[in-house]
Structure formats: C-alpha cells, structure tokens
Design a protein around this ligand. Structure first.
Ligand code: GLC
Length: 422
C-alpha cells in the first residue's frame, strides 16, 4: 500500500462520524487544532468530509465565542481528565480552554480549492470564526498588548514545553488530591509529562472550575499566564486569512475590526523578541520573565508574515538543524532542558513543521522551506505516521496511526519527496 493510501486509511479509520479522533484510545475525542489539520488532509480526497470536520468543530463553540480545545460528546474511561473533571456545563460537553486557532486559515484554503460551490459553507463558518477570534483578542489579550496568553499549557497545544517550566513551578498543587492518569497506560511514561507536571495542569484546571470558566477572571487571577509565540503567530496568520475571507465573502462591515487585530499583533510581537536568544520567546506575563531558550514556534514568525528579523531567525533554525538530524526540534537542542522524546521538550511535530515550512516558502526562504519539508517526509517514511519524532534518531514516538501526521503527509504532498536520506 502506498503511503498516500495509508494516510487516507488512517483518516478514515479515525473518523468517529463527522469528526476525527487524533488517534484511538490515547485521544478518544475531537481536539480543536487536530481537527483543523484533519480537514486539510480530507480536502485532498473528500472535500465534503473536510467541511464537515470544520462544522463539527464549530458545533462546540461556546456562547462567548470560544471554541474549546476538546469536544467530548461522551465520557470515555480511556481518557483523563474527562468532562466530569472540567465541569463546563456546556452542550456538547467540552473543556474550558481553547487551542491554537488554525481553523480560519484552513477554511480559506478549502474555499480557494473548492471555489464558489463552497461559499455557503464558508459563509456559515465565517461568523463563528470571527466570534472566536474576537474572544481571543478580548479574553486572552484584554489589555491589547498584541500578544496572546495561554492560561494553561494545554491552551498553547504544547503541553509540557520548557517554555512553561518557570511559570508552572509557582502553581500550588496542594488542593489537587488523588487521581488516576490514563495516558501513561497507553504510551511509555518516559515520553509523557511527569506526575509533577500533571498535578500542576490539574491545579490550573481546578481554578477554572472554581471561577465557572469566566475567561477574564482566569486571565486576571488565574495561576498561569504566559504569552505564547505559537498562539500569537497562528492567530495573526489566521486573522490575515479571516480578512481575506471577509473580502471574498463581502463581509466588509467587520474588515476594520479584523485589520485592527492584525495591526495590534504586528506591533505587539516585539514584546516577545529576545535579543539574547535571537528569536521570539514565551513571556511570563506575571513575572515579565522570558523562556530560557527558543521553541520551534519562534519560527512561525514567517507564517505570521513578520519578516523584520528574518536573518537571526534563519540562523537559529540552521543551528537547531545542525544540532539534531531533522528539522525542527520543538525546543533548542543546545539547551540543557532539551529532551528528544519527552513530548514537547524537543521532539519534532509534523504539524508545526508544516506551518513553519509554509511560512518560509511564503517569505521566499525557499532552501529552508525545502529542508523542513524534506525532513518531514523522511521522518514519516522512516518513523511511520507517529504522533511526533525524535529529532536525533528520527524514531516515531508517542501514539501511532496519528491523524494530523497523516493529514500533513497528504496536504503537503510529501509523497513527491524521494525516499533518500537527507
Ligand atoms: C497533545 C498535544 C496537543 C494535541 C493533542 C491531541 O495533548 O500536546 O497539541 O492537540 O495531544 O493530538
């Protein structure tokens, strides 16, 4: 079976009826950005199904505009923490935080691909995406700093990145109590966050429950508030794509509002710039402290359309690659906190590579874009459709038969890349 066929089969197998599971057992629900990427994969062979994925994701939208990071729909004993822990009281049941908003960029791509026939579906999605982006700008950046804060590491989608270590170390876990994790019974615990990390994740979650998931109380008084280059850059790109959609769909009444978000973020990104590191770094908004080293999301500046500091970023990207074997390690391979297999502490993620590669190509950094794309193809050929990859050995790690990795394979046309090792 060709890898294209295999990727299509994975998407079909993980289809739970209009929405796609990231992988069975380990993640038995609909995850926000996973679904957006799944839609791109489906779009290569079943456009109708691609739209459905976006529509089911947006079904989870809260009345305040937020699109949650997990839509549960039902309890599942394989997963912790489930809906009874989150206690959001929503229908369908969902978590109480969001995730990187790639969906508007996906909707733009679907409409570009499908043309006029898809316009009604794009129009229906547009109003919901607009409300979601507005929620991000008012509830995750209420002071209009131009940087988007994660109020939980899971909101950034990079659960145990070293970017959060300092901020997490001051989270009080005394009220967490006992609980049973399920993730470590599905994959090797050495690849998953530690117990201490998990206690902190739950303590932050419990704060949300205590304030009935009031986003502004979470922003102002919650135990964790870190401005994230990933969320900031993905939303900036998504806002540009939303503006494109507004124009295409004749929704000009809101164009000015969206343009103001873009302008605020373009100016605000400077706050994340670290001269010492030569890149954009996570910033603890409670303490004013920057992350100790760069994460791969720094390179999403290109994807966000920010090109002022291209030279320093390109140098760092080359350095990351020189210190591992494959682009792009999720955390600086030269830093002592780098860990090649423990989740977001160093491993390579195909979806982040896809966004980085797209941004590099958009900005004319063709050699680097080609390098990231070829490395991604080699990782998948060698390591299977894994959740993520060891950047030193290329081994596929975490869950297997993973939806977003299969989707990237298809959407990025990776079967075109020869199977020779780079
Ligand atoms: C992990 C990742 C997150 C992803 C989820 C489902 O929690 O950190 O980004 O959305 O798995 O794949």
């Amino acid at each position: 079976m060709s890898l294209d066929d295999r990727a299509r089969q994975i998407l079909r197998d993980n289809d739970a009826g209009g929405f796609t599971l990231p992988t069975k057992r380990l993640y038995p629900f609909q995850w926000n950005w996973d679904s957006a990427f799944a839609a791109l994969g489906f779009a290569t062979f079943d456009l109708d199904r691609a739209w459905t994925e976006i529509e089911t994701l947006l079904e989870g939208q809260w009345s305040n505009g937020m699109v949650p990071h997990i839509i549960f729909r039902k309890e599942d004993p394989d997963y912790f923490p489930g809906p009874s822990v989150w206690q959001t009281g929503t229908e369908p049941p969902s978590s109480g935080i969001s995730q990187p908003p790639v969906a508007a960029s996906v909707v733009r791509r679907l409409l570009e691909q499908a043309g006029d026939a898809s316009e009604p579906r794009a129009r229906a999605a547009f109003g919901k995406l607009l409300a979601w982006h507005r929620w991000f700008h008012t509830q995750r950046d209420p002071d209009r700093l131009g940087v988007i804060a994660a109020t939980h590491p899971w909101e950034a989608g990079r659960d145990n990145s070293p970017d959060w270590d300092e901020a997490l170390s001051s989270v009080d876990t005394s009220g967490v109590g006992s609980y049973e994790r399920r993730d470590t019974s599905h994959v090797d615990p050495s690849m998953r966050p530690t117990k201490q990390d998990y206690d902190r994740y739950l303590a932050i979650l419990k704060f949300g429950v205590a304030v009935a998931w009031d986003p502004l109380r979470i922003y102002r008084n919650g135990p964790f508030l870190v401005a994230d280059p990933g969320l900031t850059f993905i939303l900036l790109r998504a806002d540009r794509d939303l503006l494109w959609l507004a124009d295409r769909l004749g929704e000009m009444a809101v164009a000015e509002e969206i343009a103001s978000w873009v302008a605020t973020a373009e100016a605000g990104a400077d706050r994340l710039w670290s001269e010492d590191l030569g890149g954009y770094a996570a910033l603890d908004l409670k303490t004013g402290q920057s992350a100790p080293a760069l994460s791969s999301v720094a390179f999403l500046a290109f994807y966000a359309g920010l090109t002022d500091r291209a030279a320093a970023l390109c140098e760092n990207l080359k350095r990351f690659r020189a210190r591992s074997s494959y682009a792009v390690a999720s955390f600086d391979p030269g830093n002592s906190r780098f860990d090649a297999v423990r989740y977001w502490r160093g491993s390579v993620w195909a979806v982040i590579n896809f966004l980085i590669g797209q941004g590099l190509a958009d900005q004319g950094q063709i050699d680097l874009a080609d390098m990231v794309r070829a490395d991604t193809a080699h990782l998948i050929r060698g390591g299977g459709f894994a959740e993520y990859y060891d950047p030193v050995t290329g081994r596929g790690v975490g869950g297997q038969t993973f939806t977003w990795t299969a989707a990237v394979w298809l959407a990025w046309g990776l079967s075109d890349i020869e199977s020779t090792q780079s």
